[in-house]
Design a protein around this ligand. Structure first.
Ligand code: SF4
Length: 224
């Protein structure tokens, strides 16, 4: 069934747009998104690397970049954020949980992700029509069907310009554009979340298998 959405840009046939953008390059997809949504789009960044930031800021240097500071990030992730700010002069919006918000030790991982990740993204996107995210289909079997453009659970348009990129595409862009990479990526952490919930991954395993390892949980709720 076609997915349509009423957005700041009017009534959109997202299925048709996603099919058309399937063959487009990542910069073309970002350009479409920024032209369509203007200031009503944000880019969310996990600080695993700055590929999407590099692409998007070349098109709109002032695009809002959202970082969700859960209070449990690795020092390397916060250091990557600082390097990105220094290099790109980011218009960054850091969202933090309320003081003394419950954490995973008090309430478990689902409730912790709800107050330290999902609620922060809800707040950051409250006045937006769309968001950009760096999800790639090749990251994990659970992300294999990621559309270029879709509708999220809030009714916002979610745009994934890197969805079709292989690991090799990402590696090539990193080298060719001297992209900032979270050093943990080179230490066995291909997917980086909060330190209490992220383990090292052995070569050949699902790159996201180090997240909430052994619990059956695979996503924090940001991408459901
Ligand atoms: Fe809390 Fe872990 Fe979720 Fe981070 S990943 S918000 S520490 S449960």
């Amino acid at each position: 069934m076609p997915i349509t959405a009423t957005t700041a840009a009017g009534n959109m046939d997202l299925t048709r747009i996603a099919a058309r953008l399937e063959q487009a390059s990542a910069p073309e997809i970002v350009e479409w998104a920024i032209e369509t949504f203007g200031r009503r789009i944000s880019l969310t960044a996990s600080m695993a690397d700055t590929i999407l930031i590099d692409i998007a800021t070349k098109i709109d240097p002032d695009i809002e970049v959202v970082f969700l500071d859960t209070g449990f990030h690795f020092a390397e992730t916060l250091q990557t954020l600082r390097r990105a700010q220094a290099r790109y002069g980011l218009n960054v919006r850091v969202e933090r949980p309320k003081p003394h918000a419950n954490d995973l030790y008090a309430v478990g991982t689902d409730s912790c992700c709800a107050v330290r990740k999902v609620a922060l993204l809800d707040r950051a996107l409250a006045d937006k029509a769309a968001w950009l995210t760096g999800l790639r289909r090749a990251e994990s079997p659970s992300r294999a069907n990621t559309p270029i453009v879709g509708l999220d659970s809030r009714g916002l348009v979610k745009v994934c310009p890197l969805a079709t990129w292989s690991d090799e595409d990402a590696d090539r862009y990193i080298v060719e554009h001297d992209i900032i990479v979270n050093p943990l990526q080179y230490e066995g952490y291909p997917s980086i979340g909060c330190w209490p919930c992220t383990d090292r991954v052995v070569d050949g395993a699902d790159p996201r298998s180090g997240r909430w390892a052994g619990s059956g949980k695979t996503e924090c709720g940001l991408h459901l």
